[in-house]
Design a binder for this molecule. Sequence first.
Ligand code: CMP
Length: 140
Amino acid sequence: MAIERTFSMIKPDATRRNLTGAITKIFEESGLRIIASKRVWMSRREAEGFYAVHKERPFFGELVESMSAGPTIVQVLEGENAISRNREIMGATNPKDAAEGTIRKLHALSIGENSVHGSDAPETAKQEISYWFSETEIVG
Ligand code: CMP
């Protein structure tokens, strides 16, 4: 199995409800190691840049609004097959479709306020990590 790195965010809907520790515990108990972490309040411009791939989607405005509405925890997670492992742990984007025991099933409010984000592929993980972190901030 390959040791990988993935990018993760604990979104404003979750930090607002004081769920940072609860969600972090799920990552750690699932075998993912947090090798970088910081709390940021992203600007609209940062949210637009991060989610630029979705800019033509009808929900883009709502997404930028909710991501800049409060603090986010941005993290780098490391572990065996970390990208797909993290996606399993998070559950489906829409909490209505998320499996029992997943973070989104447990904590998400809606598809827009779905508590966590995780990279979907190695190339996006690289891009997303470098959007928020310099090499010296990542301590594996
Ligand atoms: P995330 O994994 O952060 O990637 C893009 C985000 O867009 C997604 O989680 C959802 O929070 C949000 N999103 C996707 N589809 C919709 C939708 N139909 N309505 C509102 N937000 C959405």
